[in-house]
Design a protein around this ligand. Sequence first.
Ligand SMILES: Cc1ncc(COP(=O)(O)O)c(C=O)c1O
Length: 475
Amino acid sequence: MYAISEYPDVPAIEKRIEALIGTPVRRPGDAVLADYHAWYEKNTATSKAAAEEAARFIPGGVQHNLALNDPWPLDIVRAEGAYLWDADGNRYIDFLQAGGPTVLGGNYPLIREKVTELLAECGPVTGMLHQYEIRLAKLIHDFMPNVQKFRMLGSGTEGVMAAIRAARAYTGKAHVIKVGGAYHGWSDQVVYGLRIPGTGSLEAAGIPAGAYALTQETAPGDLDALRARLTANAAEGGTAAVMVEPVGPESGTHPVRHEFNRQVRELCDEFGALLVFDEVVTGFRLGMGGAQGYFEVRPDLTVFGKCVAGGYPAAGGVGGSDEVMGVFAGGLTAAGKRALIGGTLAANPLSCAAGYHTLVEMDRTGAPVKAGRAGDRLRAGLDALIARYALPYVTYNIGSIVHLHTSGVLHLSLDHPDFFTELGPRKDMLEQMSMAYAAEGVITLAGSRIYTSMADTDAVIDDALAAFERVFAKV
Ligand SMILES: Cc1ncc(COP(=O)(O)O)c(C=O)c1O
């Protein structure tokens, strides 16, 4: 039922990661990287030209923060199942999966047909009620009984904003605690403690300090620190919400022990804070019951994104109990007491139709479990390669979320005496590895994360492993 066949041994992984960041970077040498650059020059001329034009009109030359841009972003023209094709006809195995939503595989025909039917009937948006809004909300409730009411929004970022607003409106408290390293979208109040735990406002350019003054971070898995925060906050009006990614920050880049979520639930109950699960990634990727079903822990609020619109635009929302979600009563007559959320394109029929049919199809086909088995096969193969080439790299998987840490940059500690000298080369290495994998025919998420899908057959995984081996052999 769930994508995870065996939960990772977190203390063992933490030890290996510690050893990785204690080892000098181990990457393909400069001559090998130059060969890969030469491959791009020879084979991706159309992408290069597109990148030059993009750089004139798009800041940084790419719209996505995670787009591969060394030596230049690839101009992708076709997606199907396990593969992407660029404008020069090169085929790549797609482990980016658009950042996670396409558990069925890329450009799944049935969803495309349903969306096309909907568009022919009523277009993408009317601003009125549509049956698909009801069908999607009801289906989510069927899969996640804790989500009695669901409010569709435009993105995971908006879902997080809404969850924080609901928690504050419902509890009358103000503080919000997140786990260091976690990304919960880019709204002012959560661009705090991103990627590397403990970094606080390091990435908060353009955000006034007041906007995150009530946001706090605690180290991944550190329950004592969380208790201390909750205790300190209790003397200052209390904590509205503790927000976690249930598999650990950045989809488990900093993994947490299995019992962590249950223990956070207990702390929230003790201190009267709401527990918010950010299931933007885990929502339906881990199984139709999400992380809350897998861990058997009830959050008060759940944030959705990605799969909730099946890879189609405007993917986000928030759900929870009747009582808590009551603060969002919609419509004109509810004005006055409600917490305001909304949006011109929130809950448009297109996103709801895509999300509804995607979830039905994921359930019917057992896509989360199949994608999880692909993740298991890939991780086992990567482990074998790491051992064969005696590399310090660390790999583990949480179902279809596979981590491959080669540089360890996100695990550097601010307490590390050489933090700032280590940061640059380790960050560069991620980009170099990402480039090498792509030249060998595999697209990853930022060179360190891999999302598998139902389309990843054993043959696809074995091809990918052969590509990883070609890179590892040159380290
Ligand atoms: C855990 C998590 N929360 C929130 C978000 C933000 O979602 P969106 O990009 O739809 O705004 C993301 C995006 O990757 C995410 O991974």
